[in-house]
Design a protein around this ligand. Sequence first.
Ligand code: FEO
Length: 171
Amino acid sequence: MLDEKMEQALNDQLNAEMASGYLYLSMATYLEDKELPGFANSLRVHAEEELEHAMKFYDYILRKDGSVVLQAIDTPKREWDTIVDIYKEILEHEELVTSLIHELVDLSIELKDHATNQFLQWFVEEQVEEEELAHDDLRKVKMSIDSPQLLYLLDEEYGQVTNNSENTSEE
Ligand code: FEO
């Protein structure tokens, strides 16, 4: 049985993960319009991963006999000045998500909810990875500012990104 406060917080995080996916999908459509299909592909994959994160919360709430309450998802931003701005925003967004996950962990400790604390540990590690990747992407994109050749090569590289978690039951 979930504490009411925890049930609400898990539902809020389900919504935040959906909103992350919506934001990254919006960035993907912007990059498609800018003729950068490789970058668009990697953000589309990232959006799919966010939906998977949301579903982990969905499944966990149900396993704990809680109620899933779906909430409205804000219309995402559609325009950015530069591709660097997109990748800066991704890093800032992931830092925000990390802080939300840490707040959930704090709540699980406060409520002595060991099961939810254990469930959240996957997300704690995932956020370390997400921030690391976001830093790396931003560094690469910044280097391509004055080099169309590098931007082209990066677009080719990002075009190869696939969703590794699609075929596994764990991720
Ligand atoms: Fe689900 Fe990128 O945080």
